[in-house]
Ligand binder design. Structure first.
Ligand code: 5GP
Length: 185
């Protein structure tokens, strides 16, 4: 493990893109929307790790209808821009989703590959319904035709960190979303 000085760590945070306050408001709104849509029906939130853990923690507390939580670690494999159709599951959610309205909770939709494959996989497990909520969407980077049902923020083609999103496993604990400065000394 390399040592990183505080100055070096901070110099990579170019600017705050989405503030804590803006995130708080948007998460509250997303929670209210889920409450209204799933009133009285059991829902299962499936968080795709690791990036979505902070968003999931806040979103589940903004939801007041009965809900359960699951976690999944998934990676998609592509040849060029073509999906191999293979999603490698490093940690899986339950095999039988029947009886649940499932909501996949993701940090960011970039190329769309991961969620394209994960939604295909989970839809074979008989959920009553399956939707995707993502904190961030980078539509300019899409290589597969995938659209989340609800995205809290649309951002330009920038590499972002914070609020669960990392660079080399750091910066996940920033309370806001920031642009990462690759070229900063
Ligand atoms: P996909 O390309 O399959 O849509 O996204 C896969 C994963 O890439 C995301 O879940 C996220 O972990 C990572 N990713 C994509 N864009 C960014 C970004 O701007 N910042 C960070 N930290 N991760 C990203």
């Amino acid at each position: 493990m390399e040592t990183v000085s505080l100055t070096e760590f901070q110099s990579k945070i170019r600017r705050v893109l989405i503030s804590e306050e803006e995130i708080r408001e948007a998460v509250k709104k997303a929670g209210a929307m889920i409450d209204a849509e799933y009133d009285g029906r059991p829902i299962l939130l499936i968080s795709i790790l690791k990036g979505s853990f902070v968003f999931l923690a806040d979103l589940c507390r903004a939801i007041h209808v009965p809900c359960e939580l699951e976690f999944m670690v998934a990676k998609s494999y592509y040849q060029g821009t073509q999906s191999s159709g293979m999603v490698q599951i490093h940690m899986d959610a339950r095999a039988d989703l029947s009886g649940y309205h499932v909501i996949i909770v993701e940090d960011i939709v970039d190329t769309g590959r991961t969620l394209n494959d994960v939604t295909k996989l989970l839809s074979t497990r008989n959920p009553i319904s399956l939707k995707v909520v993502t904190l961030l969407d980078k539509p300019d980077r899409r290589v597969v035709d995938f659209k989340a049902d609800y995205s809290l923020f649309t951002i330009p083609d920038l590499f972002v960190i914070g609020y669960g999103l990392d660079c080399g496993e750091m910066y996940r604990n920033l309370p806001y979303i920031a642009e990462y400065a690759e070229d900063a000394e």
